[in-house]
Design a protein around this ligand. Structure first.
Ligand code: ATP
Ligand code: MG
Length: 338
C-alpha cells in the first residue's frame, strides 16, 4: 500500500516525507526523505515503470533482488520496497556525504594513506559481492558514496547481475572510462574481472584525481583503453603504481584477483586490512528466528506497532513498513552506541 499525498509542497510516500532531490539517473530520480516515525533520513529511488521497456523492467527487478541479498557495512542497505501499478519506490540507507566523485572534485586527489583506507572498504564490499556471486558492473566514483563518518557505501546495482562461472555474461555495462577492454570488444566475460578492472580505474582516480583513460569521444577512449597505456604521475609511489598496473591488465585471465589485491604490498601498508568492528549479535542485520533485537521490538511495541507482525515480517524478508521501521531503529541504535 502506497499513499502519495501532496499538501503545501510536502509530499508523502507511505510513512516518508520527501525532502528534496539528491540524484537523477536515466529512468530514476533519487529523493532524500524522512521517516515520520523514526525520524531517520533515507534515500528513495523512484522509478516510473511506464517509461521502461521489458528489458529495463527486468533489470530493475534484478537490482531489487540483488540489494535484498546483500547485507554489508559498506553497501547501501535496502530497507523497503513499495510498488504501485506504475511506480516503484526503493527505500534505502542515505549516504549524507554524497559521491566520492564530488568529494574529489572539491578537495582534489587523496593522499595514499587516505585512498588506502577507502580502497580497503571498497575491496571488502566488492569481494563480499563476488563471494555471493554478484557482479556490480558499474563501479565508478559516482556510485561510491560516503556516509556520515566518511566511510564507503557502494550504491547503484542497476547493472548488477549474478554470475555462474559456467555461462559467461556479454552485455555492455557501466561507464566507458571504467569499462574493461573485453567489454569494449564485445567479448564474453565471467564477471569478477570486469569489476577488478573498474576498481583499478577507481584506485587511479582516488590517488590522481583524474581518469587513467580519457578522450573527447568514445573512439579515442576505446583506442586508449585497448592500448592499455596510461600515465603515472610523479607523485604516485612505486608500490601504488605496481598495484594499479596489475589490475589494469588487458588480458582478463592475467589480471589480479581479489586475494592478490588484498595481499599486495601497497594494501598491506599502515597495518593492512581495517580492523573489523567488534562482533555484537545485537547489532547484526538479517536476524534468524529468535534473534531479533528485543530493545527495538519493545520500542516498536510502545509506538503501537505489533511485535508479532514485526517478527513475522522480518522472518519473511517482507521489506515492508514493519521491517523498515525495525532496521531504521536498529541503525539509530548502532549510531548512538558508536
Ligand atoms: P545512473 O543511471 O546515473 O547511474 P541511477 O538511476 O542508476 O543513476 P543511482 O546511481 O542509484 O541511480 O543514483 C543516482 C545518484 O543519486 C547517485 O549517483 C547519488 O549521487 C545519489 N544517490 C543514490 N542513492 C543514494 C543514497 N543512498 N544516499 C545518497 N545519495 C544517493
Ligand atoms: Mg549511478
Amino acid at each position: 500500500m502506497v499513499m502519495a499525498e501532496r499538501s503545501k509542497a510536502q509530499v508523502r510516500v507511505g510513512f516518508y516525507e520527501i525532502e528534496r532531490t539528491i540524484g537523477k539517473g536515466n529512468f530514476a530520480v533519487v529523493k532524500l526523505a524522512k521517516h515520520r516515525i523514526t525520524k531517520t533520513e533515507v534515500a528513495i529511488k523512484i522509478i516510473d515503470k511506464t517509461r521502461l521497456d521489458e528489458a529495463n523492467l527486468k533489470k530493475v527487478y534484478r537490482e531489487v533482488t540483488i540489494m535484498k541479498l546483500l547485507n554489508h557495512q559498506h553497501i547501501v542497505k535496502l530497507y523497503q520496497v513499495m510498488e504501485t501499478k506504475n511506480m516503484l519506490y526503493l527505500v534505502s540507507e542515505y549516504a549524507p556525504n554524497g559521491e566520492i566523485f564530488d568529494y574529489i572534485a572539491q578537495h582534489g586527489r587523496m593522499t595514499e594513506p587516505e585512498a588506502r583506507k577507502k580502497f580497503w572498504q571498497i575491496i571488502n564490499a566488492v569481494d563480499y559481492c563476488h563471494k555471493n556471486r554478484v557482479v556490480h558492473r558499474d563501479l565508478k566514483a559516482e556510485n561510491l558514496l560516503l556516509d556520515a563518518n566518511m566511510n564507503i557505501k557502494i550504491a547503484d546495482f542497476g547493472f548488477g547481475n549474478f554470475f555462474t562461472g559456467k555461462e559467461p555474461l556479454a552485455t555492455w555495462c557501466g561507464s566507458p572510462p571504467y569499462a574493461a577492454p573485453e567489454v569494449f570488444e564485445g567479448k564474453k566475460y565471467v564477471g569478477p574481472q570486469i569489476d577488478i578492472w573498474s576498481l583499478g580505474v577507481v584506485l587511479y582516480v582516488l590517488v590522481c584525481g583524474a581518469l587513467p583513460f580519457d578522450g573527447q569521444n568514445l573512439q579515442i577512449l576505446r583506442f586508449r583503453v585497448l592500448s592499455g597505456r596510461f600515465r603515472i604521475p610523479f607523485f604516485m609511489s612505486s608500490e601504488c603504481e605496481n598495484l594499479i598496473r596489475r589490475m589494469l591488465v588487458l588480458e582478463p585471465g592475467k589480471r589480479y584477483t581479489m586475494e592478490q589485491i588484498k595481499n599486495h604490498q601497497w594494501m598491506q601498508m599502515d597495518g593492512g586490512a581495517p580492523k573489523a568492528a567488534p562482533p555484537s549479535p545485537m547489532m547484526g542485520y538479517g536476524p534468524k528466528v529468535g534473534e531479533y533485537n528485543e530493545q527495538i521490538l519493545r520500542l516498536m511495541q510502545s509506538l503501537g506497532i505489533s511485535q508479532q507482525k514485526t517478527m513475522e515480517a522480518l522472518k519473511n524478508d517482507a521489506y515492508d513498513h514493519y521491517t523498515a521501521i525495525y532496521y531504521l531503529l536498529l541503525e539509530r541504535l548502532k549510531q548512538t552506541s558508536e
